[in-house]
Each structure stands twice: as C-alpha cells, then as structure tokens.
Ligand binder design. Structure first.
Ligand code: DON
Length: 573
C-alpha cells in the first residue's frame, strides 16, 4: 500500500515537472555541452581547437585564437579549412562593440557575365565551369581577412608568426589521418585525380591514404612559412602570388598577379536585428545569411512559437512559410552591395515582415511560384566550416569560411599546396538557372570582375535582453546554413534548449525554389509528415547542414557544442 502511494506521488511529481520544465527534452538524449571555466574553442578538428586554446593560454584573445584555428584548419581539415577560399568573421568584443569582417573571394577582373556560358548558349560543364577546375576560383580572401582581424581586433599580446606557426608545424610534421578524412579523400578521388598536384598530395599519387597514416604537406608548410615571415601580403604580392598566377596562366584560369594584388578584405557594418528582445548580430551582404535569417525571425515573431511544440507540424509549417518568403527575397534582392543596390534595412524591418506574414495561411502551404519576392520599402523595380571562440574577457568570435564544394575546385595551385575554391558557382552563372545548391539567383548576383559572389554563410552572435553576450553559432551546408542557424536561435530562445540540444535537434529547410520542404531522416514523426503533406507541403528528406556553437551560461561558464551530425571538438579550460 505504502509502495503504491509512493509510486503515485512520484508519478505526480514527474507530471508536474513535465509541465514546469521548459519543453527542451524533445530527444531521448543528447550529449551535454563541453564546459570551460574561462574560455572555449569549437571547430571541426580537434587539433585546430587545441591550437586555439594554446593561443588563448599564451595571452591571446578570441580573435587571435580564431585566426590560429582558421590557419590550422587549412592544414588538418582540407575539405573546407583553407587559405585558398574566403569567408566572414563576426566579433562581439568585451567592450560591447560589434564587428563584421568580409573576406569573401572576388571574381577575377577578366570574369564577365557569361564566362560560364558556352557557345551553345548552355552552362559549361566540367573544366571551364563554375564548379570545377581553374576557372571556378575567385581570388582568395582568407589571409587578408585574418590579417585584418588580427591587426585591428587582436590582443596585441601575440605575434602574427605565433598564429601561423602551429599550422606550419602541422603541415611540415604531419598529423595522423582519421578514418573520416582518409575515406573522404577517396570519395573525392574522381575530381581530385584530374589535377596532378591534388592527386599527388591528397591521393598519395593514386595509391590513396589510409586511416592512421601520417599525412604531411611540405608545399603547404613552405607557403605557410613565407606567410609566417612576411605576413598576408606575401600571399598577394610575393612568391605565392606568382606561383598561383603562373599555374592559372598555364591552365586557362583567370586569376592574375594583378587580381591578387588588388584583393581587399573589408569591414562591413554588422547586421543587427532582434528576436523577442534579444539582439542578433550577423553578417550583412555579400552574405545573404543575416538578412534571410532576420527576415524569417521577424516573420516568426508574429506567432507564439514557444507555445507550439518544438517539433509540431504547426511550428514547421510556419517556419517553412517564413523561409520560403525570405529565400524568395534572397533570389531577387541580394548580391554584392558594392555592385548592386541591396535594400537591406527594408528587408529586415519589422513592418516588412508584417506584410510578408499577411499571405501565410494557418494550415495551407503556399505555392512558391505564387509567393515570389515582396516589395520592401524604397525598392525600385529594376566546403565550408564554422568555428568559434570565446575568451576569458567575453570577446566572442564566430567565423565561417569556405572553398565551397568539398575540396573546392579540386585544383591545388602548383608549388603552393593550396587547394583553390570554386566560389564562382555562388554567382548566378546564368541568372534564373539553379546553381549547385539548386538556388535560383538574380541579376544582382550576376558574374562581374571584382565582384563578390552572394553567400549563405551566417556567423551569428546573440545577446541577452540585458545586453550581455549569450551565444554564437554558425554552420556549413550552403543555403541550409541559414536554416540551421535560424533554428538554433529559435531552439534556444523559444524552446529553451541549451546550445548542444539546439544544434542537435532535427531541423527543416525550405529555400523557396525548388518548392520542397526538406525534413531530416531522423527525428520526424510520420504523423508530423502526414499533417505537413495534408497542408500541401511537398516533402523531401535530407540532412540539413551542420553547426558549431558556443554559449555563456548565467554563471559565466563557457559551453561548447559540435553538431552530432559531424566531426570536431569543443575544447575549454
Ligand atoms: O558561401 C556559401 O554560401 C557557400 N559557398 C557555402 C558552401 C557550403 O557551405 C558547403 N558546405 N559544406
């Protein structure tokens, strides 16, 4: 009798807790975030994260550490880490300042609007296209961006050479290949083997590498050695520039010494918006990420998302409709702001979101062909990886950079060990025709010499309503990056998840066209999909990006999270 009474009181307590505890426990289980008392580094390779911690312990700040992590990833994570690509860095400094560094690749001067259209009027495939080979590369921005960040926002307590040296050492001494990396080289052997230097370096001259092999990159070590001694300008005006330009010339590529000399990283005004009283700091154009995410968040602010069960059909329906509209605006209005007029302020205004919300129906999917872009005020018609660092003073850095495809253009510039990007495919190679991510893009993102291709990378930092820094997140995965970051923000703010759960939770993706709602293979109940189908959504199944994030809890403890969908390590101390 007593046991029975105890059982029922226990049941009552559990039921009460189920009501009181925020609805965070949507998964059977997820790993706890990694904890650090002082600082935290998250990246997609353990060795790179450890390099970041080494710099912090030497007295460097989060910006110094981020630069060292980025350089190390160029060695230990060649599928996406790079000095042959570009990206974006968002910084919230310990004094409360917000900064955004744009080191996106630039189209070489000789790239014209139809550079990827053949004489038959069709998009070129294979060599000469925007996706593989020498013409696919934009002028890399990574080193210029890292040097700008270091000089302007670094602590001044560590030298540039100290940030480059760990990467140089990893390239010279080598590191042990994981199962994943050894397998990935093989998976990409078809493309990599087309280019002799890539075949020699990454495919062991056709003999392949195996898990456990020591992988050394002497050419890359020599390049990093020069960059260590002479700074980023060596890459743009020194021996490295000459080597890249010579290899381009010999292979019908477009990048010249002039293009490299003219490359400039730029500081942009960070894009700042809000979601339910929290300040959101993200990347402005030439990334579409910040605008698309903020427009979607603004639309969702009109609904009681917290009240909807986190994985309910109702919530996914509104989320998909918000994404559909924001991505339709991406296609029409976004491009490099130095070349195209992008109505950024209007697109992220609350009043514009209210107008976009008007066409959303409660239980009926819209048709993307009918939705189209909106009319923001003042408008006249007319393989990536994210890493982040938070230091002891509370400076937080979220950095996403990329060479686009895994292993970029598959080309390694002769004599440099540098894998070059295929970022030219992020332009609208022909406006109106889909790129490799199925994105339809417009005239504002047409190819032009000196222009930066539109990106979806969304490094983002969120503050608490009292203005203190709360969490940072970014992702890899093309346009799905935006969906992953958006849903992480919602999962933390509306569904009260910690950073690990918010990143791991199943997500959806909708990019307007193709008109399909992508749900992930795990974590969606068949009942939910039945309802979404009944609303008229056309469902597809696939993974939606992979993210990395940081959070500072109310006690100041630093929490780090790597997406369970991918590899990497959070290291704190
Ligand atoms: O900038 C962009 O939007 C793309 N180049 C990102 C590519 C990407 O995320 C590939 N992912 N693994």
């Amino acid at each position: 009798m007593q046991i029975k009474a105890r059982f029922f009181s226990l049941l009552a307590i559990i039921s009460l807790l189920a009501i009181l505890i925020p609805r965070a426990n949507v998964y059977a289980a997820w790993p706890a975030p990694v904890r650090g008392k002082h600082a935290m580094v998250v990246s997609q390779h353990e060795l790179a994260s450890r390099v970041g911690v080494e710099i912090l312990k030497k007295g460097g700040n989060a910006v110094d550490a981020a630069v060292a992590v980025g350089l190390a990833l160029a060695v230990v994570y060649p599928e996406a880490g790079n000095i042959g690509g570009g990206g974006f860095m968002v910084i919230h400094d310990s004094k409360g300042g917000n900064h955004a560094i744009d080191y996106r690749e630039m189209a070489p001067a000789a790239a014209s609007r139809d550079v990827f259209v053949g004489s038959d009027g069709k998009l070129i495939k294979g060599e000469g296209s925007s996706t593989i080979g020498y013409r696919a590369s934009g002028v890399p921005g990574t080193l210029a961006g890292f040097e700008l960040a270091f000089k302007k926002y670094g602590s001044g307590k560590v030298k540039w050479s100290e940030l480059v040296e760990p990467a140089r050492r990893l390239a010279a001494d080598g590191y042990v290949l994981s199962y994943r990396l050894a397998r990935l080289f093989r998976d990409y052997s078809e493309g990599l083997s087309k280019y002799p230097e890539s075949k020699r370096i990454f495919l062991n001259n056709g003999k392949f590498f195996n898990e456990g092999d020591l992988f050394k990159q002497p050419d890359l070590a020599a390049t990093l050695g020069r960059v260590e001694r002479f700074g980023a300008r060596e890459f743009y005006t020194g021996r490295t520039a000459e080597l890249i330009a010579a290899d381009m010339k010999a292979n019908n590529g477009l990048i010249t010494v002039e293009d490299l000399k003219n490359y400039q990283a730029k500081e942009r005004e960070p894009l700042i918006g809000s979601y339910r009283g929290h300040k959101i700091i993200s990347m402005p154009p030439p990334s579409s990420g910040g605008i698309v995410m903020l427009e979607a968040l603004n639309i969702l602010e009109g609904y009681d998302v917290a009240k909807m069960q986190y994985n309910s059909a109702e919530k996914y329906h509104y989320l998909a409709e918000a994404m559909r509209r924001a991505f339709a605006d991406r296609a029409e209005f976004m491009g490099d702001p130095d070349f195209a007029d992008v109505p950024t302020a209007a697109l992220v205004s609350k009043s514009y979101a209210a107008k976009r919300r008007e066409s959303i129906q409660k239980d009926k999917a819209s048709n993307s062909n009918e939705v189209g872009h909106g009319a923001p005020a003042g408008h006249e018609s007319m393989d990536t990886t994210n890493f982040a660092v938070v230091d002891k003073d509370g400076t937080m850095v979220v950095n996403t950079y990329t060479i686009n495809d895994l292993y970029g253009s598959q080309v390694t510039a002769k004599g440099t060990g540098i894998l070059l990007n295929d970022e030219m495919d992020d332009f609208a190679a022909r406006p109106g025709e889909p790129n490799m991510f199925g994105l339809i893009q417009g005239e504002r993102n047409a190819v032009k010499g000196g222009k930066r291709p539109l990106s979806s990378m969304t490094p983002t930092i969120v503050l608490r309503p009292d203005g203190s820094v709360w969490f940072g997140v970014g992702a890899r995965g093309g346009p799905r990056i935006i969906s992953a970051v958006l849903q992480t923000v919602i999962n933390v703010i509306d569904h009260k998840m910690d950073i690990q759960a918010a990143i791991d939770a199943p997500r959806i993706h909708h990019q307007w066209l193709p008109d399909q709602l992508t749900t992930e293979p795990i974590g969606f109940s068949p009942d939910t999909t039945v309802i979404l189908k009944a609303y008229g959504h056309k469902l597809a199944s696939s993974w939606v990006a992979s993210a990395t994030g940081l959070m500072i809890d109310t006690n100041g403890v630093r929490l780090g999270a790597i997406d369970s969908r991918s590899d990497g390590l959070a290291v704190g101390y």
